[in-house]
Design a protein around this ligand. Structure first.
Ligand SMILES: C[S@@+](CC[C@H](N)C(=O)[O-])C[C@H]1O[C@@H](n2cnc3c(N)ncnc32)[C@H](O)[C@@H]1O
Length: 233
């Protein structure tokens, strides 16, 4: 992206959020680029794509920007869950695939990403291909797509709209054993699950997370072999 657009974004941020938040965003942006470079030249950092960037360089809104999660914080959450090859990780609203990239470092049997923006899906595919991973990527609205039955660990990261989070968690299959919600959310209860961890990330509350684990342990389905499917909603 052109430097002039970046500078305008910093200006907008300073005006809207003040110097400390802006400084954290600049740090996170640089951190993200280093993360991408060290992982083999990925593209998970910039939240914008042609479909989500307004002409003045501002993201069109939280609902479409592929703002990536903090990989270290997601790793911290996944380490609490004793992942095995029977587990299937599903990122609902996968953006450019940062969470899937991080999840591939664990022993998941399969990775699944869902997003409603096609350029996010193709960028995610490109990123994962660079790592030799072939995830199942589903293009569609998380409120209506059919989630794979074998998904067992579900991840949702704000700025995902609150109402979408609510609708999604209600539709999760019986194989799901844990839901990780990253970002401040007023979702304090999920029927059938109990809150087992409430983590505060300093200095940026955007990366706080909660883990909800199913009260009765589901009978685990075997992870299905990866299907390189792009399903339209
Ligand atoms: C903050 S990004 C998440 C990035 C990714 N989960 C990560 O951790 O790196 C939110 C994503 O949710 C997607 N999204 C928002 N509403 C959606 C919906 N109703 N159905 C599917 N995807 C949605 C957006 O397109 C965006 O890519």
């Amino acid at each position: 992206m052109r430097l002039s657009i970046r500078l305008r974004q910093v200006q907008h941020n300073l005006a809207e959020n003040g110097p400390l938040t802006t400084l954290y965003k600049v740090y996170f942006y640089i951190y993200g680029h280093l993360y991408d470079r060290l992982a083999g030249g990925l593209n998970t950092t910039s939240p914008e794509t042609v479909e989500t960037l307004a002409e003045d360089g501002r993201p069109l809104g939280d609902r479409s920007a592929a703002f990536p999660c903090h990989p270290r914080v997601l790793r911290h959450a996944l380490m609490k869950l004793k992942i095995t090859p029977q587990d299937v990780f599903m990122d609902i609203g996968c953006g450019k695939g940062r969470a899937l990239v991080e999840a591939h470092r664990f022993s998941f049997g399969r990775l699944v990403g869902v997003d409603m923006i096609s350029s996010h899906i193709s960028i995610t595919r490109g990123n994962l291909q660079k790592l030799g991973v072939d995830p199942e990527l589903i293009l569609g609205d998380a409120r209506t797509v059919t989630f794979p039955e074998d998904a067992s660990i579900c991840f949702l990261f704000k700025p995902f709209p609150e109402e979408v989070i609510r609708e999604c968690v209600q539709r999760l299959g019986s194989n799901v054993r844990a839901v990780i919600l990253m970002g401040t959310s007023d979702l304090e209860e999920i029927a059938g699950y109990r809150l087992t961890r409430d983590y505060t990330h300093r200095p940026c509350s955007r990366f706080n997370y909660c883990i909800f684990e199913r009260e009765s342990v589901p009978q685990r389905l075997e992870a299905q072999p990866s299907q390189p499917v792009i399903a339209d909603a």
